[in-house]
Write a protein that binds this ligand. Structure first.
Ligand code: AHR
Length: 480
């Protein structure tokens, strides 16, 4: 029995922990989101209505764009106005990027989603002036040249830009820089991310790759005072070998457990990077922003290796639940994350095939977790549900939400909780179970893995239920 009580020092689970990432990569933007105004696929201003509707349901709080590695090759002026200038997307398959989806279309997307904007700027191959002009174009309300250009392109009012990333993976695809070099460039570039409107644009510095602790140390020491967030990228692979990652489906028992073990490394990374940040920023002003995470497998057979298209199974659902639980445990420092990526790339919410669209097991986990957005974290002892259990509990006043997962492939997991008062109403009880660990949705069987009702016993303040093997569930109750 797990006794639940509010924390002595309450911490909010920032809704941005459930943020998304959409890059100009493969079929994420083109087909996955953007089909164009003349498409036969239902759309609003060229953006797919089925995809927007599905994403609104899981309350996407923000979308990071345009990359990824693409961000440091992106020149925003080519993607505004009536004459778009194509470019080669060298990172991702060498295909021609038409630049049909640019700044205006991105803000239309986040507005349709009712989400915040998080734009990643180009440090690797762009200039300070280019970044400065882009921020002016997006946020300045005046008759200055960039604001006039925006109006000329049909948008009178500036947009609300909440977050701006100064480069992506500057230690790798974003310029192969050393930490001190990037720290200097960061200080310089962020100076020109001006505040034109009533609200400040929060700045996120490129942070480390996985366990590169030197990067965090140098960035925090030399530039920590100039940033609102420092990013961290860590992907889950089923092996440690990038050249033979393994398939998204058809894995064995070892593939299940090893993938979950690799996922749990996130806790170690967040703990160690936070420790460094704590030394430089004891009041936790700077957020640790895990703006790329998720599973990365071999691409599906017969697809372009540069498009990173992969299936998504119940194993991915478990990876999502474990990661979200880790982020919640560190919510005093982790205040935004962005799963990679939203549609058709890596660990996606949604897969499309022409006009068809399906949601993935990972999507359903985000559905199960949406009630934790901006809720108060309720601490539970480590390993409270035993070695197979995974847990997040939160509350919004008298509404308490319990999300639990069973990582065992064979055993059921009983879960029993005692709340501070009697339960007045059962608000939600849903289970994401599956026939097999690698069950997944296909265009022929779109609901092979989907949410079902969960049987819950309520007795006064006691709430109990049983999780089948490899399952995730959410129970939400209102105290009487
Ligand atoms: O998400 C795919 C790629 O992974 C991103 O473009 C890059 O930032 C990372 O290496």
């Amino acid at each position: 029995m797990i006794r639940l009580a509010p924390a002595d020092t309450p911490v909010t689970l920032d809704r941005r922990i459930q943020g998304q990432f959409a890059e100009h990569l493969g079929r994420c933007i083109y087909e996955g989101i953007w089909v164009g105004r003349d498409s036969e696929i239902a759309n609003k201003n060229g953006i797919r209505t089925d995809v927007v509707q599905a994403l609104r349901h899981i309350q996407v709080p923000l979308v990071r764009w345009p990359g990824g590695c693409f961000a440091d090759e992106y020149h925003w002026l080519k993607g505004v106005g009536p004459e778009r200038q194509p470019m080669v997307n060298t990172h991702w398959g060498g295909v021609v990027e038409p630049n049909e989806f640019g700044t205006h279309e991105y803000f239309d997307l986040v507005n349709q989603l009712d989400a915040e904007a998080y734009i990643c700027g180009n440090v690797g191959s762009g200039t300070v002036a280019e970044m400065h002009d882009w921020v002016e174009y997006m946020t300045l309300d005046s008759t200055a040249p960039m604001a006039e250009l925006r109006k000329h392109h049909g948008r009178e009012q500036p947009w609300k830009l909440e977050w701006f990333g100064v480069g992506n993976e500057s230690w790798g695809c974003g310029g192969n820089m050393l930490p001190l070099h990037y720290a200097n460039l960061y200080r310089q570039y962020q100076t020109y991310v001006r505040q034109y409107g009533p609200e400040r644009v929060a700045r996120i510095a490129c942070g480390p790759n996985a366990e590169d602790y030197e990067w965090t140390e140098v960035l925090m020491a030399r530039a920590g005072g100039h940033m609102d967030g420092l990013s961290l990228h860590y992907y889950t692979l089923p092996t440690t070998d990038w050249s033979a990652k393994g398939a998204a489906t058809g894995f064995d028992e070892y593939g299940w457990h090893e993938t979950l073990r690799q996922t749990r490394r996130m806790d170690e990374l967040v703990t160690a990077h936070s420790r460094i940040m704590d030394r430089h920023d004891p009041h936790k002003r700077v957020a640790l922003v895990i703006d790329e995470w998720g599973t990365w497998y071999d691409v599906e057979e017969g697809t372009n290796p540069g498009f990173l298209y992969q299936q998504n199974t119940q194993r991915d659902a478990m990876v999502a639940a474990i990661n979200l639980n880790i982020f919640h445990r560190h919510a005093d420092r982790v205040r935004m994350t962005n799963i990679a990526q939203m549609v058709n790339v890596l660990q996606s919410m949604i897969l499309t095939d022409g006009a068809s669209m399906i949601t993935t097991p990972t999507y359903h986990v985000f559905d199960l977790y949406r009630d934790h957005q901006d809720a108060e974290y309720v601490p539970t002892p480590a390993g409270a549900l035993g070695p197979d259990g995974e847990l997040t509990v939160s509350r919004k006043g008298d509404d308490w939400t319990i999300s639990a997962a069973n990582t065992s492939l064979e055993r059921e997991l009983p879960a029993e909780f005692e709340l501070p008062r009697g339960v007045g109403e059962l608000l939600r009880a849903q289970l994401l179970g599956s026939d097999a660990p690698d069950s997944h949705n296909t265009f022929d069987q779109p609901d092979a893995v989907s949410l079902a009702d969960l049987a819950v016993r309520v007795d006064g303040g006691r709430v109990s239920f049983t999780l089948p093997p490899h399952a995730v569930a959410t129970v939400r109750v209102r105290l009487g």
